[in-house]
Design a protein around this ligand. Structure first.
Ligand code: LFR
Length: 490
């Protein structure tokens, strides 16, 4: 009998409900519902519109019910963000967006309690202001009354799971984006939590990816007219789901999960935490089956998305394809930025910040829209090359190809630039890696697929990859040297 599972995949700019059907050899994915995820700024704080997002989840469930039913539900989302739940089970405020300024300066504050070297050695996470640890610390320092009223903090996929089932849990892949999880034991890092004086009670019980955490609650079943189907805590960090779906044949592979962020890394059996990984600021996150995702978190297509919004604010209604065309028509290697410079994280006028960055670093300042976009594309590709070198240095391994997955692979220009910059062939796809990973882990939990290796074979069977062959050149070499100067010297 064909199994049907419902995967909710929430990204930082949009979300969707995908119905995955499995006939024993292939997964067929159907998008049944898509919606925007627009954060809302209120009195200077940037929030996620959680009730709207939950409303959309209910619409997805209704559409799945009316389209033939489903056997289980799984949810994956972006990392680090969370909701605060009171002892009565209510949400105390809207979850705050990781791009909100509340974490500004918090790395320094936390490092007064525990020095950066020790913090890295016990967390294995890349230092980024967006991390949960810095969000919670800012709450403790600036709004401790709110933390006092909190019974649990639930990361986004666990929060949606709670709204569906009434059960609290912390799935390990998403918990590993907090910087508060021990990467070796995969338990909450109580020593760190106590050092920062965060209340222990707010940390929910941890569960492995693939655990059935409960059934749809009575109230949901009644409201939507559905049966109490199981909810599976999949590899609920979107990156973990995407990597679970990598159609790799070799044990050692490089992936780029490419969307709002670009996650560049590899899958390992154990964490790599040492001086060079600290120097390179690489992260160790937990994957399906307790694997380690060893990666660099790169700002990704956010730069393109936010630039498009700026162009729109200026009355220029470009599509992504238009922007790609403009970039292609512009002169290559004119200037570079470090996409991960802090000024590119918040919303706002990215083209202006690019020009300021170029001015500050003594480079040509891009004038036309095409030049701005070309600068973003090439800088991203250069940053991939940079991360590639760091991953090789820290793992001591060599890799022959890059698996590029996610929505960003629709962008042929970026795929080709990635191949040319890194000198590695790029195998692009699946575009829907995250949803496929979500579906596959549900199918494993339901006993329909026999483990992750079989899941990867099924996924490989279910789509056609596109290969971009590397065409490295002297121009790329020279361009990379120029890029290194601005990244290292800024
Ligand atoms: C990708 C992602 C990254 C995380 C960033 C912010 O969608 O989940 O892994 O660092 O979003 O949460």
């Amino acid at each position: 009998m064909e199994k049907k599972v419902l995967a909710f995949d929430y990204g930082a700019s949009s979300g969707r409900a995908m119905l995955g059907s499995f006939d024993g050899t292939k997964i067929n994915l159907k998008e049944i519902h898509r919606f925007d995820n627009d954060p809302v700024s209120v009195n200077g704080t940037l929030y996620w519109d959680i009730l709207r997002l939950f409303y959309e989840m209910k619409q997805g469930i209704l559409k799945a019910k009316n389209g033939g039913g489903f056997d289980s539900i799984g949810i994956d989302t972006w990392g680090v963000d969370f909701g605060l739940i009171s002892a009565e089970g209510t949400l105390l405020e809207n979850p705050v967006h990781y791009r909100d300024k509340r974490t500004s300066g918090m790395i320094k504050e936390v490092c007064k309690e525990m020095d950066a070297k020790e913090l890295y050695s016990i967390s294995g996470n890349q230092f980024m202001e967006i991390n949960t640890i810095f969000q919670l610390y800012s709450l403790l320092k600036k709004r401790s009354h709110l933390l006092q009223q909190t019974d649990r903090f639930l990361l986004m996929p666990d929060l949606f799971g709670y709204l569906l089932t009434g059960k609290h849990c912390a799935e390990r892949s998403i918990a590993s984006t907090t910087q508060l999880l021990d990467p070796y034991t995969k338990q909450w890092n109580w020593h760190l939590i106590d050092t920062l004086q965060l209340p222990r009670r707010i940390f929910a019980p941890l569960v492995d990816s693939g655990t059935i955490t409960g059934n749809l609650s009575e109230i949901i079943c009644e409201e939507l007219g559905v049966d109490p189907k199981p909810v599976v805590a999949v590899a609920s960090h979107d990156t973990a789901s995407a990597v679970a779906a990598t159609p790799a044949e070799q044990e050692d592979f490089i992936f780029i999960s490419c969307g709002t962020w670009s996650l560049f890394g590899t899958e390992l059996k154990a964490p790599v935490i040492g001086e060079s990984s600290h120097k390179c600021n690489l992260t160790n996150e937990v994957g399906y089956g307790g694997t380690t995702r060893f990666l660099k978190n790169i700002i990704g297509l956010w730069m393109i998305q936010e630039t498009r919004r700026q162009f729109r604010r200026e009355g220029k209604d470009y599509s992504y394809a238009d922007m790609e065309q403009l970039a292609k028509q512009s002169k290559p290697f004119a200037c570079f930025v470090d996409p991960d410079a802090p000024e590119f994280v918040p919303q706002g006028n990215i083209p202006r910040r690019i020009r300021e960055f170029c001015k500050k670093t003594g480079q040509y300042q891009p004038q036309t829209d095409g030049e701005v976009v070309r600068c973003i594309y090439e800088s991203l590709a250069m940053k991939y090359r940079y991360a590639y070198g760091q991953i090789r240095e820290c793992t001591g391994k060599n890799y022959s190809r890059i698996h590029m997955m996610g929505g960003g692979t629709k962008d042929n220009f970026l795929c080709q630039l990635t191949a040319d910059a890194t000198g590695c062939d790029v195998v692009a796809g699946p575009i829907e890696a995250t949803a496929l990973g979500n579906v596959a882990v549900q199918l494993i939990a339901l006993g329909e697929i026999d483990g992750i290796e079989q899941a990867r074979k099924v996924i490989k069977n279910s789509f056609n990859p596109v290969v971009y062959f590397a065409q490295p050149s002297d121009e790329w070499m020279k361009g990379y040297e120029a890029f290194l100067k601005i990244v290292v010297s800024k």
